[in-house]
Design a protein. Structure first.
Length: 721
């Protein structure tokens, strides 16, 4: 084994996912740069490396040094320290700050930062806050190297290192070594198997109660991730025994411990005497809470002055110049006599017009109305059509940005006589629980949605469960209005909803007066080429669709040539030539990129599915900013796992949004995800133009498949009890 020591001048390639790197090293004994290759986690240009490895000759690139293991040696000379700090390794230290630090402390600079950080304020321009930031950045930089080395020792994907460090701080290695199964609970993305691998290598027994508890929570978490609110106990026991070799007695004891700790709740179902559900306790309490609150609302009579249909028509004509249809009139009259009501209907049936009419009627009665929707885009669209203020449900409930807890609840309810929620099919069990808690018992609650769309991303199928229970008054809009009846998008959406083949107008030119086109392509590669052509040439040139949010590619899956992962990479390349880049994990973000936020972040007030554009990249501060509809939100580099490219998005992520033009690739390779409600949801995202690219066979498969996975929930039975 050969030892090579030198300064890492630059990194020419770095795979963030597995930390395979190609770099250029200047050895101590030579002036010539050499190429070093291998898995080098946590190293940066400007650092001195002591590398163990061997020389190899690459057939194309010639001689290079293959790394087996390495150590990082901090520079001791002033020149090396200055270059090290100017490289941007330490967040908060830019080139000018590095100059001042080295000029003041000389060769003691790094020692001062590490061991005597209080002295940093001696340098001009550094106050106590800046000194603290530099110290924290220094500790984080070295902690991640220690953590990455620890994870690599067990062959754990080091892409998780930033999440672990964010959760546990600089003591991450000690915490994980003492209790590896904490990872399952604290950082669910990492999963049971990574924690189990670490525990096994540290000598933990496979019968350790902590392992069995973690395994139970992992299995239930997987079920919840698929949209269920509970897992059947028999299935849980079976999987624990067959997949993880956990004996039933040991599993039962661990389950009892979790019950006692309040982590899970086990409930035998009265409606199914042989069935027992194992819930995460928070979901059990939410499901019970929804049922109780609905029943409490329904138990209080509605004292509204009756309004005849003539009076309703008169008010609407006078206030918003709208004459409702007979179907809408019946619903408007019925709504006034119910404490809780659901309104459903497909596109073009007048749901938004009805919402606007309801607000006018309640306003004429002197009532205070609040409007909300699950996503920012849906709330903005609701505000546009009603010409009234509308918020996200999270904002309506005043989500505390520090704790994530809703300030509006039973003790401090909403100040409203009527609460109207649009896109209610997207509201999951937990959010519905908090919403109902905040609705005063004196108010009316109206939920509006399209139950044929995909259910909520979170667990449960609340709106459908409410309708199925028949305990809540439901109104369905069936008539398509004349103007909507002329829209090929609306016509074809309803055809798809009924399982009928849509009218496929083959694409010749978007200048043709049609809103719905089909492009026959049988090979994934040709689909990708056509999507690129549409996004970069045809739609911008012929229809002037150039804004970042005007054209949206929506695809059923993530993997494959026409999945989100590949499409985002190829579309980023052709649609955004900007060269300013930051690489995080297996993603590369560029200035002006179209990006989507992936999970609710109450502190930043951005939510799952929000789409924006990268506004700035600051490599010195290790931070990017994203513009969400003229609101700038900042992300540290370690938070970028909350973002993904959004040139192409999944159908699930498109829920609650509407785009001027939608492109939908549909191939038989998507077989497992070809479902009628998924296709219907994708089509109804298009406002002015929908283009399906793929095969008629794939389209036929989706139309025939009207058996979406049934979500396990006991809400319907609770409402009926």
């Amino acid at each position: 084994m050969i030892i090579l020591t030198g300064l890492l001048e630059r990194i020419t390639y770095h795979n963030e996912e597995n930390h395979y790197m190609i770099g250029r090293l200047r050895p101590d004994e030579s002036k010539n740069l050499v190429t070093v290759v291998g898995y080098m986690a946590g190293v940066n240009p400007g650092e001195t490396l002591k590398i163990n490895g061997k020389w190899e000759t690459h057939p194309k690139y010639g001689q290079q040094f293959k790394v087996d293991s390495l150590e990082v040696t901090l520079p001791a000379a002033v020149e090396g320290i200055e270059k090290y700090l100017k490289s941007g390794i330490i967040k908060g230290i830019g080139r000018k700050m590095a100059d001042r630090l080295v000029r003041h402390f000389e060769e003691e600079t790094l020692n001062i930062i590490e061991k005597h950080p209080g002295r940093l304020i001696e340098v001009q321009g550094i106050g106590p806050k800046m000194a603290a930031r530099i110290t924290d950045a220094w500790k984080s930089h070295h902690a991640i190297r220690e953590l990455v080395g620890f994870l690599r020792k067990f062959n754990i994907n080091v892409v998780y290192s930033s999440k672990i460090l964010k959760q546990y701080g600089k003591d991450a290695v000690t915490i994980i070594s003492d209790s590896p199964y904490r990872l399952v609970r604290d950082i669910p993305d990492i999963g049971f198997f990574a924690a189990d691998t670490i525990a096994k290598n540290l000598g933990f027994s496979k019968d350790d109660p902590e392992r069995i508890k973690a395994c139970i929570e992992y299995q239930i978490g997987q079920f919840v991730g698929d949209g269920h609110t509970y897992m059947p106990k028999t299935l849980l026991s079976d999987r624990l025994e067959k997949r993880f070799q956990i004996e039933p007695d040991a599993a039962e004891k661990a389950l009892d411990m979790l019950i006692e700790a309040g982590a899970v709740t086990v409930e035998p179902f009265k409606n199914e005497p042989t069935a027992t559900g194992v819930y995460p306790t928070y979901l059990y309490e939410a499901e019970i809470g929804i049922s109780k609150r609905i029943k409490a609302l329904l138990s209080i009579p509605v004292w509204q002055p009756s309004m005849k249909q003539d009076h309703i028509i008169s008010e609407l004509l006078k206030r918003i110049a709208i004459k409702p249809s007979s179907e809408q009139l019946d619903i408007l009259e019925g709504i006034l006599s119910h404490r809780v009501a659901v309104i459903t209907g497909g596109p073009g049936t007048g749901k938004t017009t009805l919402i606007r009419s309801i607000t006018v009627i309640y306003q004429s009665l002197g009532k205070k109305i609040l409007l909300a929707a699950p996503t920012g885009r849906a709330a903005r669209r609701l505000a546009e059509v009603t010409q009234r203020k509308a918020e996200t449900i999270h904002k309506l409930l005043k989500c505390n940005v520090v704790t994530g807890i809703f300030d509006k609840n039973r003790d401090d309810p909403l100040n409203a006589d009527a609460v109207i929620i649009d896109e209610a099919s997207m509201v999951d069990t937990v959010l519905m629980f908090h919403l109902l808690n905040a609705v005063p018992l004196s108010a009316v609650l109206i939920l509006v949605g399209d139950i044929f769309q995909l259910p909520s991303i979170g667990p449960g199928n609340v709106l459908s469960d409410m309708i199925r229970s028949k305990s809540i008054q439901s109104f369905e809009l069936k008539k398509i209005f004349r103007q909507a009846h002329e829209s090929p998008i609306v016509i074809n959406a309803h055809k798809v909803r009924r399982g009928e083949m849509p009218e496929l107008k083959h694409y010749e030119s978007p200048k043709e007066r049609s809103e719905f086109f089909f492009i026959e392509q049988s090979h994934p590669e040709s689909v990708v080429e056509k999507i690129i052509e549409l996004c970069t040439k045809i739609l911008p040139n012929q229809l002037a669709l150039t804004h970042i949010n005007e054209v949206q590619v929506i695809t059923p899956m993530h993997k494959g040539a026409v999945g989100t992962l590949n499409l985002n990479q190829v579309l980023q390349k052709v649609m955004n030539p900007d060269t300013k880049t930051v690489r995080i994990s297996n993603s590369r973000f560029k200035l002006k990129d179209k990006v989507m936020h992936l999970k609710n972040n109450y502190q930043k007030e951005v939510f799952n599915g929000d789409i924006g554009a990268i506004h700035a990249i600051d490599n010195e501060q290790q931070q990017i900013s994203v513009n969400y509809d003229d609101r700038i939100v900042y992300y540290d580099f370690e938070e970028l796992d909350e973002l993904s490219l959004a040139y192409a998005i999944s159908v699930h992520k498109s829920q609650g949004s509407e785009y001027p033009a939608v492109i939908i690739p549909l191939m038989t390779q998507h077989f497992a995800l070809l479902q009628r409600n998924l296709l219907y949801t994708a089509i109804t995202r298009g406002k002015n133009l929908v283009i399906i690219i793929g095969t008629k066979k794939a389209l036929s498969i989706a139309l025939r498949n009207n058996k979406p996975t049934q979500r396990l929930s006991n809400l319907t039975h609770r409402l009926n009890a």
